[in-house]
Design a protein around this ligand. Sequence first.
Ligand code: D5M
Ligand code: FE
Ligand code: ZN
Length: 523
Amino acid sequence: MPLEAPARIVGELTSRGYNAEREAVTRLAAAENPNAALERVLEEIPDDALVVRTDHVEAALSTGGAAGAVGAETVAGTEPSPADSTPSVSTGTSSPEDGEPTGGVPVETGGSLSADRSADPAQRSLEIVGDMTGQSTGTGEYSDFVSVFRDRLDRLGAKLRGRVNHRPATAIQDMPGGSEVAMVGLVNDIRSTASGHWLIELEDATGTFPWLVMKDREYADLVGELLCDEVLAMEGTLADDSGIAFVDAMHFPDVPRTHEPSTADRHVQAALISDVHVGSQEFMADAWNAFADWLHTPEARHVEYLLLAGDMVEGVGVYPDQDEELDIVDIYEQYEAFSEHLKKVPGDIEIVMIPGNHDAVRLAEPQPGFDEELREIMSAHDPQIVSNPSMVTLEGVSVLMYHGVSLDEVIAELPEAKASYDDPHKAMYHLLKKRHVAPQFGGHTRLAPEEKDYLIIDEVPDIFHTGHVHKLGFGKYHDVLAINSGCWQAQTDFQKSVNIDPDAGFAPIVDLDTLDVTVQKFS
Ligand code: D5M
Ligand code: FE
Ligand code: ZN
């Protein structure tokens, strides 16, 4: 059987208006003459059926003579008729090891292909926790900025206030020189002084206060990690004139070291991908088809969830000169094409998707999930379409999905050893430590001011999934699995100009019962 057979079968079925169960596609692909078997299924399927089910295929195979012979050499008396061998779908010459001849009445597929490929869907559970779609109240007014930062300080501050004996900024300046002081605040400004020390201004609801980190203190190294607008706590000693404090300790909201991830109760897997970029000339259709085909194979039978962390399509007008590399110039046609590609994955996989910066939703974060028109276009496998970011729980395992635009900033601002494109997961660690997916406001990352800060990482996730930087990397931070999925787009001219070598055509697969990761390569 050629590798692309399942994807072609799905393509053929969807072009005729059918969805198909995964097992049904597997059985068709395994038939000796999949094309003939498919034709017979379509002849026999009830008029009102929308989904080709396994029992439809079984029924067709049992009446279909050679069309149904599976994994066996041609059996006497079941010669394929010439009409059966349309060249567009391979007839799938099988090797002898594939199975014993089935004696001319090939009802069962036999062998591994008929193994329980899809577990009982009743065992699945998928819960969406943090979808803000439809919750946006922001008007872009100044007051919204005030409330979003107040909410950030309140909620991230709450994770710190029990750990230090903090005082408001205005109270600190009234305390006697030499006092031990602590404050919880947003980083307002980071400056180096003429003598190489660091001056960090923290802001709380009452005002600001300057903190000095001496260059030879152990905490000086942490200054390189700081981003404006993140929330932290500082402890230190007030100068004689009480106008500044010398930092003795810094505390981050962070993931507690005691965090113990939850795992699924059975062996089940999730594929975590992002950045498909359909519509770009560099979209790698062959790699995508190989991935979709693999999902139809027995090896992938435990993959029951597919998470897509943004950039479904290339979009239009996202970057200067982007139009020169577009294969599809109309945004809706890009989504139609994406949808065709998505239909190739087994119909019984649960799909969750969030938008990215190339998608047709507002650019400012949090980005609500796709609108009705786009949902309609992408409705084939009934995906869960949620906001960027969102938290989903798969059989008890919580996954924070975020597209990842802020990673560019983390990588640009932090020293190479702490965050780089080669180790995107390490950049993700900093977001976990700051408990915020996009701490810095005013750079690349656009922030839509809302009453509430939807970008806070309130609950510690078991898995943190991002994309955007088109590099594959994963690792654990305080037992949280951070995965940055690669992409399905070959290097663009821009990426060439700045030496970004994308990891294209990889699918990291997570065992939800152990949180182990394996990477499948399709390019
Ligand atoms: O971005 C993929 C990666 O490449 C991400 O790290 C941003 C960077 N990138 C790509 N094109 C540009 C341009 N034109 N300017 C700045 N940065 C860019 P993605 O948004 O997923 O395509
Ligand atoms: Fe992308
Ligand atoms: Zn992106």
